[in-house]
Write a protein that binds this ligand. Structure first.
Ligand code: PMP
Length: 298
């Protein structure tokens, strides 16, 4: 799925076939999760393929690297340029891009700052899936912000997501909704959470979440539509009885949630802000004109 014999990647300053890339088994990243990465999307538009919020994604990658004391010899602009070349070399238009920064060989726990850069991409032209997610409030909570930099996209943080996802799947749910140390909703295994209640959107504030780039696009879009977005802590019980809810993330884009812990929402998805923002989001990523709706009475 990710590559075939012709897939080209950028690895340690060279264009190399994915099938020929080799990485050692003695790296700190492999043993202890000390690596950082991004998930980025490119979309076909009338003006050619465009990477969505490329600058923000690469700024976050460099920020994540800094939190882990990883040295990166590339600027945001260089990384963006390389990514456009990567897409071109692989003849990709709608694509998912995965930059990864990982360490050199070292099995001690002293921070290793010398790094490798790997850039790869694959076709992601699947059509929008209209299904709705069934979410389980997870028994796992997000990592404590005092134990790591939760706002950085660090490889090792994702063992938490994998455990939560596994637990949700075992109980027949699609995904997990994780709480913070105080029991407030934080985010899903790999996406941010919004709920609609009393005609407003609520989303957990920064602090215990990865502040998503899609989350910020949705907040901008909501503003343009006169929808109030409140960044506030709330408990799982406060979701039950809400009007609707959705996830946001590079991979899921804006994704409807059908129920949380089997509690459905009072509005059908089509009548929620989420559905309207979802339609507008699909236009924005393809750089098409969006007609914002003024949701409040004049
Ligand atoms: N939270 C987590 C834990 C994630 O892995 C992601 C995906 N990167 C998000 C939120 C959403 O972030 P973004 O919109 O930048 O993809």
């Amino acid at each position: 799925m990710y590559y075939d014999n012709n897939t080209v990647t950028y690895y340690d300053g060279e264009w190399q076939f994915a099938k020929d890339c080799k990485a050692g088994l003695y790296q700190q990243s492999f043993h202890y999760g000390n690596g950082v990465f991004e998930g980025i999307r490119a979309y076909a538009t009338d003006h050619g393929t465009k990477i969505l919020r490329a600058k923000e994604h690469y700024q976050r990658l460099l920020y994540s690297a800094k939190t882990m004391h990883l040295d990166v010899d590339y600027s945001v602009d260089e990384l963006i340029e390389l990514t456009y070349q990567l897409l071109k070399k692989n003849n990709l238009q709608d694509a998912y891009i995965r930059p990864l920064i990982f360490t050199h060989e070292k099995l001690g726990l002293q921070a290793e700052n010398k790094t490798h850069l790997f850039l790869c991409a694959w076709d992601w032209s699947q059509y929008f899936d209209e299904g709705q997610l069934s979410m389980k409030v997870s028994p796992y909570c997000r990592p404590d912000p005092k134990s790591c930099h939760v706002d950085a996209k660090v490889s090792g943080h994702y063992v938490n997501s994998i455990l939560a996802m596994k637990d949700a799947h075992a109980d027949g749910f699609d995904d997990a909704l994780l709480v913070d140390q105080k029991g407030y909703i934080a985010e899903a295994s790999g996406a941010n959470f919004f709920m609609q209640k009393d005609g407003k959107l609520y989303t957990p504030p920064k602090g215990n979440i990865l502040p998503g780039i899609t989350r910020s696009i949705v907040m901008e879009l909501a503003k343009a539509n006169d929808i109030e977005v409140i960044e506030q802590h709330f408990k799982p019980e406060e979701i039950f009885g809400a009007e609707g809810a959705f996830l946001t993330g590079t991979a899921v884009e804006i994704k409807a949630i059908g129920d949380v812990d089997k509690h459905p929402f009072s509005l059908s998805w089509e009548d929620t802000f989420g559905a309207m923002l979802q339609q507008q989001f699909h236009k924005i990523v393809r750089e098409q004109k969006v007609n914002h709706k003024k949701t409040k009475a004049a």
